[in-house]
Design a protein around this ligand. Structure first.
Ligand SMILES: Nc1ncnc2c1ncn2[C@@H]1O[C@H](COP(=O)(O)OP(=O)(O)OP(=O)(O)O)[C@@H](O)[C@H]1O
Ligand SMILES: [Mg+2]
Length: 497
């Protein structure tokens, strides 16, 4: 099939201080899944935002169905059948699932303009059913997990009868089984003739779903290939321009004394009778499907919510952590799953964000904050994590999705918390930087940190954990030591109802 539905020619996008795209071209055909890959900050999301009218290119042209077009805004693109699942979607936590999905096109009476609630809820249910998701259309979005919200976003993109669908990292918070479910939906849409652009940092995703793949590097189109013409290493080479080694560089660490023990934590509707212990030097992997209760458990350990019952012990002593501030001073750090809302301050710069939790520990002399020390620490982690920015003074709001993730990660790795709970630490992070993150976490463990790593990325769980615990619907289903760990066993436990 040689028809092209969307063609981007010589796109250029200049942000203040950053050239995000330079003479970048791309074409898309009906009935294909075209993967877009590249390192954090390569320009993928920028390309999508230009294609969907969210931002205007500095120069270059868009042709849609053969005609040159200039989108006046996102509504214009949506009206022409272009849908998108964005990487950082604008969601309204106080509105319901249905209201979020039908944000701009609620079914309503022609004269009275009254909203047809029942119709809207029915349509929402039908959409979610198509996605194989069980969610009450009336539930407030703020009460959903990040992954459930992701599924709502997909529903929203589909609600406009899209002919072209952009998906910017739709699987980043999903576990294997949930991604599989989503791939089914993507295949179905492809069979119906929808043209799909798919972004993911999980290369397995690309090989599973893509027909063609385009790599961007530093805003430049590197190559477009048929998926069966490339293998894993070629793909990485296209993205990074060099070989990437040492993914999951698990180093031997001396496993010391028990650092933290959770005994019989229960919280109604979230998790039941969960007990776990982690020792210094140890990485405990926490695996499960979305909704397994892992994030909810982490929030209670960190003092964001309170368990109904149960006891927390730190170094053998019973403690009660009433609030995150208390958790931090007790030496517990928590990288939340939902970074934009809980993890970073978009209005502050890279340096300020990274040093936020350690501000207290940076020495103050007669009330002067030691800014030099602050910058040194921030610079060290910005470099180790390969944060791509216009400098430490750049506001985090202007960073690419993956680079935002790195900032929030850096902030917890830099603080002195000896117990680290990392919720999806490499979500949205590119292959090369992922290796850097794993290396850092491994290094912290060998320095005696105790790490609880929540991840939906099975290879990451398998590669990094000393021990793996599996949760399912709020209950611990099993535990495996590193020896004899196999993907099949872990998956079987996670899926076992
Ligand atoms: N609003 C903005 N203001 C300034 N610079 C920006 C803005 N949005 C993006 N950039 C810069 O443009 C470049 C490309 O960003 P983009 O979001 O397209 O990357 P990406 O390929 O989607 O990366 P990721 O994998 O991390 O999501 C980055 O260097 C980023 O810092
Ligand atoms: Mg992006």
């Amino acid at each position: 099939m040689d028809t092209v539905i969307l063609e981007l020619k010589d796109l250029r996008k200049q942000y203040p201080g950053v050239l995000a795209l330079r003479e970048c071209s791309f074409d898309l055909r009906p009935g294909e899944v075209h993967a877009l890959v590249g390192e954090n900050g390569a320009g993928k999301s920028t390309l999508i935002k230009i294609s969907t009218g969210v931002i205007q290119p500095t120069s270059g042209t868009i042709r849609f169905r053969g005609e040159p077009v200039v989108w006046s805004g996102p509504r214009d693109a949506i009206a022409n059948g272009i849908g998108a699942v964005y990487q950082d979607p604008a969601v309204f936590p106080d509105l319901s699932v249905a209201e979020n999905i039908f944000m701009n096109h609620q079914p309503h009476g022609l004269v009275s303009r009254r909203i047809f609630w029942r119709e809207m809820h029915e349509q929402t249910e039908a959409l979610l059913e198509r996605l194989n998701v069980r969610l009450d259309p009336r539930r407030k979005l703020g009460h959903l997990t990040a992954a459930e919200r992701q599924l709502v976003e997909i529903g929203k993109a589909l609600s406009g009868e899209a002919k072209v669908l952009f998906m910017d990292e739709p699987t980043s918070t999903l576990s294997g089984a949930e991604s599989d479910n989503m791939f089914e939906i993507v295949r179905q849409l492809r069979a119906e003739g929808t043209a799909i652009v798919f972004i993911s940092h999980r290369l397995d995703d690309i090989f599973t779903i893509a027909d063609r793949v385009t790599a961007l590097r530093d805003g430049v189109h590197v190559d477009t290939r048929k998926i069966d013409e490339v293998d894993h290493d070629t793909l990485v080479q296209m993205m990074v321009g060099r070989e990437v080694k040492n993914l999951f560089p698990k180093t031997e660490a001396v496993i010391g004394d028990e650092a933290m023990r959770v005994e019989k934590f229960s919280r109604s509707g979230e998790y039941q009778e969960v007990s776990l212990a982690v020792r210094s030097g140890e990485i405990l992997g926490l695996y499960g499907l979305v909704g397994a209760g892992r994030t909810e458990l982490a929030k209670s350990i960190f003092g964001i919510t309170r368990p109904d019952s149960g006891q927390l012990y730190l170094a053998g002593k019973a403690v009660t952590v009433g609030a995150p501030r208390a958790a931090i001073s007790a030496g517990i750090g928590y990288l939340p799953e939902d970074r934009d809302e809980e993890g970073i301050v978009l209005d502050m710069d890279v340096c300020e964000n990274i040093t936020l939790p350690i501000l207290a520990s940076c020495s103050r002399f007669l009330g002067w904050l030691d800014q030099g020390k602050e910058r040194t620490i921030a610079a060290e982690f910005a470099e180790a994590l390969e944060i791509k920015s216009a400098g430490l003074g750049q506001k985090v709001g202007g960073l690419s999705g993956g680079n935002k993730q790195k900032v929030s990660l850096g902030k917890w790795l830099a603080c002195d918390c000896r117990i680290l709970i990392l919720d999806e630490p490499t979500k949205g992070i590119d292959v090369a930087a992922k290796a850097a993150v794993h290396q850092l976490v491994s290094k912290l463990a060998s320095r005696g940190y105790a790490v609880v790593m929540i991840s939906s990325d099975l290879p990451e769980i398998m590669g990094m954990s000393d021990r793996v615990m599996i949760m399912h619907e709020g209950i611990v289903k099993g535990e495996f030591p590193r020896e004899g760990l196999s993907e099949e066993r872990v998956l079987a436990e996670a899926l076992r109802a």
